[in-house]
Design a binder for this molecule. Structure first.
Ligand code: GLN
Length: 387
């Protein structure tokens, strides 16, 4: 047989699937893959159910159901004072994952360099490579994960087409600061480059920190596409309703990719998400508060056990330094070990880096009921006392 596409044929299964399977196998509390263990608002689920029964159930418009694109335009205006024309500047996709894929396929051509900020979400690199782009990693360092001028200067060059910016950032839990965004904006202008802004955790920020899209900075509207996900906003990760917002010239190209990837996204779910964006703002603002409490609880308890929690200003995730636990092995070994023996699953950070990666950082998801986090803490405390 002739060689298959090496980007995919040579790839392993994603760490999220690997760790969730291992967690199931061992009856572990799954703090690995990031998904809430309670479903989002009943009002949205009822609206989706009603739409399934009453229709429409045929293809919605390729760009997305009109009411959803209008609700997204209003949402971007309300929170960020961004003005996107729902007719040509917003495209609805099957989750943030497709939004990212369509953005990369639509904007990046073979030979273009694409800057990836590591630790980087795992879907970025393979899609950049699949379209013939050349990933240029920037490596941030714990605990502050600061984006520096030196790192940007080393990665940007005349062939730089785009950067992928994930803020709030998975797995680091970092929200990029205004100064870092300004610095990045200056590089985008200088090198005439674009930003694919993965903002799926836009509403999940803590300690009074507000997410600020890069697109709101002077001159950045024209250079940025913003990726969002109803899965994260409404705790409905299985719905896979996402979107991309940006200037018409960029969204036009992204939509051309989208039309050949999925073409559309289930109509009933789009109708329900439109309803949610218009009427269920309280849900996600309260969710951020709950998550903040969970972060504090988990950080405090893990610290008692010997983990060293890093700061987390957003997302579902808390990264911890495990060196004080004196485990003999890599972060991947550690995560497998605690899944099997403490029966709590987590995610090793090394998988989000290319090349030699730090081996002492482990991510726990805290988008879970408090009783579930308590059970996880109890199991880890028992395990590490015994060892
Ligand atoms: N984004 C989720 C996480 O980081 C997982 C999504 C997936 O499993 N593909 O845990």
């Amino acid at each position: 047989m002739k060689p298959l596409n090496p980007t995919f044929a040579g790839a392993g299964t994603t760490i999220f699937t690997v760790m969730s399977s291992l967690a199931n196998q061992h009856g572990a509390v799954n703090l690995g893959q990031g998904f809430p263990d309670t479903d989002g608002p009943l009002a949205l689920r009822e609206r989706a159910a009603q739409a399934l029964i009453e229709g429409p159930n045929q293809y919605p418009p390729m760009m997305g159901v009109e009411s959803l694109r209008q609700a997204l335009a209003a949402h971007a205006k309300r929170f960020y004072d961004l003005n996107y024309d729902w007719r040509g500047e917003i495209v609805v996709t099957s989750g943030g994952t497709e939004a990212l894929t369509a953005s990369i396929m639509g904007l990046v051509k073979p030979g273009d360099e694409v800057v990836l900020i590591e630790p980087a979400y795992d879907s970025y690199r393979p899609i950049v490579e699949a379209v013939g782009g050349i990933p240029k990693p920037i490596r941030l360092a714990a605990p502050g994960w600061q984006l520096t001028e030196a790192a940007l200067a080393a990665a940007f060059g005349p062939k730089t087409k785009a950067i992928l910016l994930n803020s709030p950032m998975n797995p680091a839990g970092k929200v990029f600061l205004p100064d870092e965004l300004k610095l990045l904006a200056s590089f985008l202008t200088r090198f005439d480059a674009l930003a694919i802004c993965d903002e799926v955790y836009e509403h999940l920020t803590f300690d009074g920190i507000r997410h600020a899209p890069l697109a709101t900075l002077p001159g950045m509207y024209e250079r940025c596409v913003r990726v969002g996900s109803a899965g994260k906003i409404f705790s409905l990760t299985g719905w896979k309703v996402g979107w991309v917002e940006g200037p018409a010239a960029l969204i036009g190209a992204v939509a051309k990719a989208h039309q050949f990837i999925t073409f559309t996204t289930p109509t009933a779910l789009q109708i329900a998400v439109a309803h949610g964006l218009n009427a269920a703002e309280d849900y996600y603002l309260t969710l951020a508060k709950e998550l903040e409490g969970n972060r504090d609880y988990l950080a405090r308890e893990l610290a008692q056990i010997g983990f060293e929690p890093l700061p987390a200003q957003g997302t579902y995730f808390l990264t911890t330094d495990i060196r004080k636990l004196r485990f003999n092995g890599s972060d991947v070994d550690f995560c497998k070990h605690i899944t099997e023996h403490a029966r709590v699953a987590a995610i090793p950070l090394s998988v989000f880096f290319t090349g030699e990666a730090p081996q002492h950082l482990v991510r726990f998801a805290f988008c879970k009921q408090r009783s579930v986090l308590e059970e996880a803490v109890k199991r880890l405390a028992t395990h590490f006392k015994r060892n």
